[in-house]
Write a protein that binds this ligand. Sequence first.
Ligand code: FAD
Ligand code: NAP
Ligand code: SF4
Length: 677
Amino acid sequence: MTNQTYPHLLAPLDLGFTTLRNRVIMGSMHTGLEDRFFNYGKLAAFYRERAKGGVGLIVTGGISPNRQGWLLPFGGTMNFIGDIFNHRKVTSAVHEEGGKILMQILHSGRYGYQPFVVSASSKKSPISKFKPKALTESGIEATIRDYARCAKLAKMAGYDGIEVMGSEGYLLNQFLCARTNLRQDSWGGSIENRMRLPVEIIKRIRKTVGNDFIIMYRHSLLDLVEGGNTWEEVLTVAHALEKAGVTILNTGIGWHEARVPTIVTSVPRAAFASVAGRLRREVKIPVVASNRINMPFEANDIIARGDADMVSMARPFLADSQFVVKAASGRADEINTCIGCNQACLDHTFSNKRASCLVNPRACHETELVYKPAAVKRKVAVVGAGPAGLSAATVAAECGHDVTLFDSSDSVGGQFKIAMQIPGKEEFNETIRYFSKKIELTGVKLRLGQRVTRDELLAGGYDDVIVATGIKVRMPPIPGIDHPKVLSYIDVLQKKVPVGKRVAIIGAGGIGFDVGEYLLHNPAHPLPLPIPTWAGEWGVDLNATTSGGLVKPDAPEPVRQLFLMQRKTSKLGAGLGKTSGWVHRATLTRNGVVMMAGVAYDKIDDEGIHVTVGGEARLIPVDHVVICAGQDSLTELMPPEGSTGGPRFHKIGGAALAAELDAKRAIKEGAELAVSL
Ligand code: FAD
Ligand code: NAP
Ligand code: SF4
């Protein structure tokens, strides 16, 4: 599968004993399906679709070599012969589609969220409540044996190789860094001692599995934590791993406890590829670039300029299983692009829920949400071309229904057109691009600039009407809400009404935080932020001259003084995404935003906003007050309760429920309704 547009990405890679069909790796992702034997059929279906979609090499989610290594209680393991039967379902599915697959061996060390955790030393991690036991020397030897046995069983289960997880702050990283390895014995101290565990593991695995088996090692290039390794140490480890028998060096950036974002949407695309390039120039085996690479052009470019031999993308394969075939056939504009939101993948994983994808609710539900031809073709009207309506219309049309999609605006996207105005959320535009193309491909009849009424819908002869009209902004009844200094978030983000230097934001949900980031953006900085500007803001040394790759962040010069307020007394932003909320909080805090909880809004007048906090009345003098106080559903098209006859009416997305609305639910509801018509 070669293609003139992406010749580097789609070129085969000869590893000597085996050849990979292209340079695309689907990186390891914990789906939640690998933890239960009865889910292996679903897991096999998930990987089969990706293999059929042309991925060169798939890496499974992390499988623990023993019970101490579990990330969560009763996580997936590969430590006795009975385990291989489930895994064979996965390997056979991938091989039948011409793909290759590695099993990732992941020992979580002190990141495990279970009582058996072990580490190099008994130092608790900030992200698990369980304090680890320091491994004894015999415990270390047993761990090495467990890795080797795990790899041997993986080979018996039909895997083409294994990936040893050595980055993101898991056990092997914990041994590698002085931050967590406080040992005084021959497994601690110098880098030569600290790297003994991963190196011994690789040697033992190689001895056990022979030479015709891929061993990929995920090596941490920038730890992004205090006490992380220096570049010299990173290279010392890489050379030792190469010598010990590693076939491919995959790369990882940042520990899970790092306070620098590494994969959320605001991280510029391919931000860390240059660091992989520095490693590639030092070793002879293939090197893989990873992190925030989500489209074929960037991936191809990374290989073309010599920063890597292969590119690993993980979440992009949740978003679109057909990524590679679309790229190879010149249809990159049809790719459903991962927007880096983490809402249905990592946020689910860290809440112990099955992973999926905001833009593709079929991910990890391939056998349950099936877009198959409908038995009866129905005439369907979808009103509202936001995420919910776009999803419903395109899936219904894909299933063979006759679909007309209406929107009163002159373009599709709904609130996603507003969301993409937020600095760091530019990627949301890709979802609009994807659905626009999908409308064309599935033959949905698009009627823009048309605010439809119920009478028009009743006269249209439709079998089904899907009301996906979204929301109307809530303006709370605060005295002075009509004052000229009061703006809604729509006024600010969509209508671009000029905003003064001192601003109060009422409502600290997702939109309040987003408006904060929008108002703090320095217009002198282009968007999306160039990689060096972003690295400076977060204190990342991409030249890796410091321990862990950390430097002092650039001091921000806030362009406005913001006051972010909520009525609840809880921490502001507590309801934001588990894996992304802290990034928004850190950005606002760094820019000096005053966060106010437990606020009662008394009135807004020429002086500013009058509030009561903790029983004390205060005036906050501001130029503007921006209302981000949630929304109410827009349901005017729904027939009155109890009416009979005419088409079946359905409500989805914001129109169905405005509270806690997000695009994940909107898109999922649209797809589920469409297949059920
Ligand atoms: P909408 O997107 O509101 O679409 C409704 C559509 O219906 C509109 O296009 C409207 O023009 C049309 N319409 C209404 N009435 C009629 C009519 N009578 N006739 C014709 N057309 C009509 N969600 C997330 O999950 N993650 C995020 O990070 C995120 N960030 C956001 C940031 C901002 C700044 C904003 C504003 C929203 C954000 N959201 C986010 C929320 C997300 O955009 C919404 O959850 C989602 O758009 C809801 O989809 P929907 O299709 O139900 O409604
Ligand atoms: P939200 O998260 O429900 O927040 C609404 C805010 O308004 C809350 O802070 C609430 O706090 C306040 N509020 C509610 N009623 C009020 C009233 N009558 N008077 C004054 N304040 C009131 O809603 P949102 O921020 O509008 O976001 C909408 C949806 O978009 C969210 O559900 C979210 O999932 C999604 N979104 C997600 C992201 C993301 O990054 N994942 C980003 C943006 C939006 P108090 O009640 O304490 O005052
Ligand atoms: Fe990407 Fe968001 Fe889907 Fe996760 S949920 S794969 S981050 S688009």
